[in-house]
Design a protein. Sequence first.
Length: 451
Amino acid sequence: MSEVKRILVLGGGFAGIECVRKLESYFRHDDNAQITLVSEDNFFLFTPMLPQVASGNVETRHIVIPIRTLLKRTKFYEAEVKSIDPYGKTVILSGTSEKRGVSLHYDYLVLALGSQTNFFGMDNLEKLAYTMKTLNDAVILRNRVIDMLEQADNETDPILKKSLLTFVIVGGGFAGIETAGELNDLLLDARKYYSNIQRNDIRVTVLEALPSILPGFNEKLAKFAQEKLGEHGIEVRVSTKLASFSGSEVVIEDVPSATKEAVNQHPLGAILTRTLIWTAGVTPADIIKKSVFKTNRGGIAINEFLQSVDFAEVFAIGDCCYLVDPNTNRPLPPTAQSAEAEAEVAAQNLYALVRGGQKRKFMYVPKGQLAIIGKRSAIASLFGFHLHGFIAWWLWKTIYLSKIPRLDKKVRIFIDWTIDMFFDRDIARLKTMKPKPLEEFKELDEVDDVW
């Protein structure tokens, strides 16, 4: 009887789920390969639709798929990773007052722990800004927008009222632009219920430090998107970065340009607002930065086969690794598309290691890009074709709906979109509870039970 190989995958996002599903396919007839998946949540979150949850266009639960429904033979742990020891080939999972910590041993490890919001050293933003990274972020932002409408409708101070109805999004990438478009649609649709709020009272502004929005997109499409956002009433300010945010005022400055005189490079400006939404970047999870793995710009350094440069039995995929695209000489974008492509190659190479086959070098070939920029409007770049407007919007809906893993969720989202075409959006504000602090308890080694 051959030796049992223990394969451990950390992370339940696009990279982790795709890798596990590929591994299940490769080892479907091999009882000596035991696969385990660890994720902080017991669901897979379809993050491209987070802005639609924030705007009430899609119901919250419809973009989450229970992980256990996606697995066939993989053992699953809902837990936070406390530490990773590649020398002892051990991963420690945190415990709480209701759940004992667990020590898992592995022969092969796949790190797909994703990323966290990067505030670039501006610590106060973590407390004051709203983000768009998790399902909770989307729900909280939607509550915030509705709360601002409720307060502004009865506010008699015109300056305060204006600041309540001003929303600033920092970051002109996919997340920022799609959030701005959905947020603006929600505000305009909901305004009919607030008799004291006029169209010109509402202000949505996007700040982007680069000279144009949607970096990596076709230049003409990005320009079209910026023009359309302007037509929808969204102000886009490029070559502009955030200097500070006090909770009531955003201070901005121009990004230095080589074509300007130094004395004129940093004129300051201010925007009165109570709501700042930060979508300006991500960084690998803290557990990766604190690990013993060799890193580059916070991400795990890997070779062309997606293996850690120090530990051949460890693979790193998705946002937690550092990988440069040879075509652009820039790090791969933190997108679901690149994460799934890496997951496929990592699973194939892991199988090759176990079975003594030929490993495959990772070569990223993007399939295309899509972004919604408002109601019935989007931009798309697919197979060399550049599209915009209604056709691109229809393609966005069709392609992303096809990527939802389960049929029941596809149907629910399709119904949500259909309802949105004929009925007004719900403006009920759902209050949320603060999470309880995590308590640490002694780990329990359950290797014999697990394997």
